[in-house]
Design a protein around this ligand. Sequence first.
Ligand code: F6P
Length: 525
Amino acid sequence: MNRLRCDQTSAWPVLQAHYGVTGKNFDLRAAFAADPDRFSRFSQDAPHLFADLSKNLLDDATEKLLLDLARECGLEGHRDAMFSGELINSTEQRAVMHFLLRNPPAAQDGIAQAAIKNIANESTQVHATLDAMLAYAEQVRADAAITDIVNIGIGGSDLGPQMAVLALGEFAKTGKRVHFVSNVDGDELATVLKGLRPQSTLFLIASKTFTTTETMTNAHSARRWFEAQGGRDISRHFAALTTNVAAANEFGISTTFGFWDWVGGRYSLWSAIGLPVAIAIGAAGFRELLAGAHAMDEHFRTAPLERNLPVRLGLLDVWYRNFHGFTSRSIAPYSSALRRLPAYLQQLEMESNGKRVDADGKDLPFETSPVLWGEPGTNGQHAYFQMLHQGTSVVPVEFVAVKQAAHAPHDLPGHHPKLLANVLAQAQALMAGKQDVGGHKHFPGNRPSTFLLLERLTPASLGALIALQEHRVFVSGAIWGINSFDQWGVELGKVLAKDIEPRLKSGDVSGLDGSTAGLLRKIAG
Ligand code: F6P
C-alpha cells in the first residue's frame, strides 16, 4: 500500500499557494455571475441522490489541485486496499469490510471478489447470518404477542439502528414499538420499562464486544426486571447481536446473531446490529437498505475521481479544514424523520477522524476531523442559524432535503412545500447575504453549503446516503494519512471510571488530582 500523508506531497504546498492567492478570496456570488453553468458543473447525480456542490468555495482549479492531492496521497490504492480486504485498520491488524455486508451474494465485482477470496469462509457466513437474522425479524413481525422491542446498545450499536428506524418510520410495521436504551443513566431504562410487560417484550442486547459497561449494566437490569415481573423463557424474550457469542451465551442468551471483527462499531448498521431496523421495515426493506448502500459502494469503487461524490465531498472537507481553517460542519436535515442523522454522523466522522497522529503514530502538523453538529430544519433556523448567517465564524452547512413528503405518517396539506421553501431559502441566504449599512441587518453572505437531495426517503436512498457519508469520511482520513478505523481515544475515560466507581462508596481520594478529589468528596460525602 503506497500512502503518502497530505503534507508530504508536492500538491500540498501548491494548494497552500493557491489558497493564499485566490482560494481565500473566492466569492460565490461572483462565481455564479461569471459562469452560467456553475450549477451543472458543480452538481451531480449519484446512486439514489443528487448533490449540489455549487454553493461551495470551489472552482475548477481548486478541484483539480485537490484531485492531484488525492492521487498523490494514494487514495485510489487505499480505497482498493479496503475493498480487497487488506488489514488497513493497522493498529488493530484488522480488515475493514463493512461493504461486504451489503454485497449481493451473486456479485461478481472484481475487487470485492478479491475480498471474498481473502475471507471465503466469512463471506458465506455473512449471507447465512443475514438470512437467519432476516428470518428471525419476520418471525418477530408475525408474532402478535410481541408488541415492544427494546434495543439495548450504545455508540454504533445504538446510533445507526435508531437513526434508521426513525428515518424509515413510513415503512415500519404498525403494532410494534421499537425503543432504544443506551445511557447508563438508569432513568432511560426505567422510563422505557414503565410501560412494558415481560410477556410482550423482546430485548435485543446489541454489543459488538459484549463487554461495554453501559450495555451490560442495562442488560443485567433488564433481565432482573424481566424475572422480577414473572417473565420466563429468556430464549424467547432476549436476543444478542454481537461478535462475542460466547459472552452472550454466558449471560444466558441462546438466540444470537453474530458478526465479525472487520465490522467497526460505527459501520455495523448493516450487520446483525441492524436487526431492530429489519424488525421495523421487514426483510425486503432491509435488503433494499443494503442494496442502496451497495450501489454507493460501487459508485465509490468505480466512478472516476472527478465525478465520484464521496471523493469530491471528502476533498471539500480537507479544503475547508486545512486551508480555510473552518472548525465545524453543521448538518441540517430538512426532514424530521432524519432527526438522529446529526448524532449518527458525529460518531461516524469524529470517532473515525478525530486523530492527532498518522497511521504510523507520528504527530500531525495539521488539523483533522471538524466538529459535526446540527438539528433538523426548520427547528435549527429558530435556534442557531442566527450565528450561521451573522456570526464571526464561517460554518459550512450540509443540507439534506427530501423532494417527496412521506405518504405516512402524515398527509397534511401545505407542510412539505413550506419545508422545501425553507431549505432552499436558507442555502440561498447563506450564499447571497444582504447588504445593509445599518450593521445589525447586514448579512455578509458567501457562506458555503452543500445540498443533498433525495427523491424520497426510502430504505434504498437512506442506505446510499449513509454509505456516501462512510466513504467521504474514508476519503478525508486517507488524505490525512490516519487510521480512520480505530478509536483508542475512548479508552482512557473508561479505565478511569472503573477506578473511580468504588471510590464513590469508600470516599478514598488517594492519588487523585485536586479537582477530581474535591468533586469526589462533594459527591461521595
Ligand atoms: O466506546 C466506543 C465504542 O467502542 C464504539 O466504537 C462502539 O460503537 C461503542 O463503543 C459500543 O461498543 P459495543 O458495540 O462493543 O458495545
